[in-house]
Design a protein around this ligand. Structure first.
Ligand code: AMP
Length: 503
């Protein structure tokens, strides 16, 4: 029996006439159109020499055709490799050199810059723009609709997603047909998706959140998507009455809260708002609930694993936690060095095992080995705990841990104290090189508009609330924290900007 992801998608098609995607400009792609378009695209890929198992690297703007291309690649048995549109030519060269794709699909505007890059690594280039036009679309238009799906085994690769690489080189996470199918299917059940759902899709699709958690889950439920090129608060608010669910990153919810159109009435038709990819402030959760009556459901996942945990659909959604392990997925907390499993409420590294866990890093067998325990658990690098009720809490990334004067300081603990102070919107705490302490605890703070709270006041407020070694040596103020598109605070940027602070 085929274990292929496309076979699974095909098996869930509710009816050929049912809309899969609608875009604000009026483009409507039904499930039947999807079969026709992916058939033509798959034929075009084969004509360009793509064979089962070959990688197809794709750096294009989000469009409906971009989703069709992803589906066509897996339908043809090839391996989809999406790239962030922000990557420079130099960065793309690293991925192309590492993954050795047969085909590189890029925006027409980048064709000249990327053709020599592709040629150096044996790839050919085709183009696709934000409106779905380009040389690949032309090839597809001339190709037949009929395409025989290429069967794949459950353990065959479907995608390679490069991690954001905030430390060291970006690594290609190899995701199998089973990884992607099982995780999306679990979410269909856990989050109660049905064919009546309409997802407001405003996430990028070069990342696991938008492509798998959102789009794949919707397709396995046989639902529909309102497909936005990017998150725009005005547009999202105006479309809420036509949707049933929204999946966002925390920054999206912060922006919606700043919009006067976010009301109880505007969200009355919505059954589910989810948040992930970065921590949602408890304050945002509460403000959203007060405004709309809706409790945002926070969940936790990563490129290598897809979704691991989720707050419950029916039970209590607790702000500041990421909920329970999903069905069939085991999550535990271990001592980072010894690997000993820790009891409830103790902080350690989160480890995960299940059908969602990736097959390893592309061409990095040694690196892969060091990230797994002998019993098959993947060491996520996230630091957290599981409380007595079974809710998982994330405290931060292991690499963000600060060691000051030989003591471990978890940034989240310091940030939580600072965030409670009047005049503070949010904070990020990082370790910067310090001649005496190794690392100096450094707080970077965003003030509420008009607030005048000073460094001395913050330090005075923390004295007595935090042990001396956890107290920041310096408090710096910024207008906003540096974040990537998925809303993650880029602590590496803060460390780099302030590396000379204590010199
Ligand atoms: P990525 O591979 O880009 O999806 O990033 C995964 C990382 O994002 C995880 O390892 C966590 O550090 C972080 N993350 C994802 N969801 C959450 C969440 N709900 N709360 C806190 N951190 C999260």
């Amino acid at each position: 029996m085929s274990g292929s992801l496309f076979a699974l998608v095909r098996s869930r098609i509710p009816s050929l006439g049912k809309p899969l995607i609608e875009t604000p400009d009026g483009t409507r792609i039904s499930y039947g159109d999807m079969l026709a378009r992916t058939g033509r695209l798959a034929n075009a890929l084969v004509r360009r020499g793509v064979k089962p198992g070959d990688r197809v690297a794709v750096q294009v703007e989000k469009s409906a055709e971009n989703l069709m291309l992803f589906l066509a690649v897996v339908r043809a048995g090839a391996v989809y490799l999406p790239l962030n549109t922000a990557y420079t030519t130099h960065e793309v060269e690293y991925f192309v050199g590492d993954a050795e794709p047969r085909l590189l699909v890029c925006d027409p505007a980048r064709r000249d810059a990327l053709t020599p890059v592709a040629a150096r690594h044996g790839a050919v280039v085709e183009t696709l723009d934000a409106t779905g036009r380009g040389s690949l679309a032309e090839l597809a238009a001339a190709a037949p609709e009929a395409f025989e799906d290429v069967g794949r085994a459950a353990d065959d690769l479907a995608c390679i997603l490069y991690t954001s690489g905030t430390t060291g080189r970006s690594k290609g996470a190899m995701l199998t047909q089973r990884n992607l199918g099982s995780n999306a299917d679990t979410l269909v059940g856990y989050w109660r998706f049905t064919a009546t759902d309409v997802l407001l899709h405003a996430l990028p699709i070069y990342h696991t959140h938008g492509l798998f958690t959102a789009a794949m889950t919707l397709m396995l439920a046989g639902g529909s998507m309102l497909w936005l090129p990017k998150f725009d608060a005005d547009q999202v608010i105006s479309l809420l009455p036509r949707a049933t669910t929204l999946m966002g990153v925390p920054t999206h919810y912060v922006r919606l809260l700043q919009h006067p159109g976010l009301t109880r009435e505007a969200t009355a038709h919505m059954r589910l708002f989810t948040s992930g990819s970065a921590p949602l402030l408890a304050e945002t959760h509460e403000a959203f609930k007060a405004r709309t009556g809706q409790a945002i459901l926070e969940r936790y996942g990563m490129t290598e694993t897809g979704m691991n945990t989720s707050n419950p659909y029916d039970g209590e959604r607790i702000a500041g936690t990421v909920g329970f392990p999903l069905p069939d997925i085991a999550v535990r907390v271990a001592d980072p060095e010894s690997g000993a499993v820790l009891p409830a409420d103790e902080i350690g590294v989160l480890e995960v095992k299940g059908p969602n866990v990736f097959a390893g890093y592309w061409r990095m067998p040694e690196k892969t080995q060091t990230e797994f325990r002998p019993d098959g658990f993947f060491i996520t690098g996230d630091v957290g705990k599981i409380d007595a009720r079974g809710y998982v809490h994330i405290v931060g990334r292991a690499k963000d841990l600060i060691i000051s004067g030989g003591f471990n300081v978890y940034p989240k603990e310091v940030e939580s104290e600072i965030d409670l102070l009047p005049g503070v919107v949010e904070s990020a705490v990082v370790g910067c090189p310090h001649p005496d302490f190794g690392e100096g605890v450094t707080a970077v703070v965003v003030r509420t508009p008009g607030a005048t709270v000073t460094e001395a006041e913050i330090l005075a407020a923390l004295d007595g609330r935090l042990a001396k070694f956890k107290q920041p040596k310096r408090v710096l103020f910024v207008d906003e924290l540096p974040r990537n598109t998925m809303g993650k605070v880029q602590k590496n940027v803060l460390r780099e900007q302030n590396k000379g602070l204590y010199a």
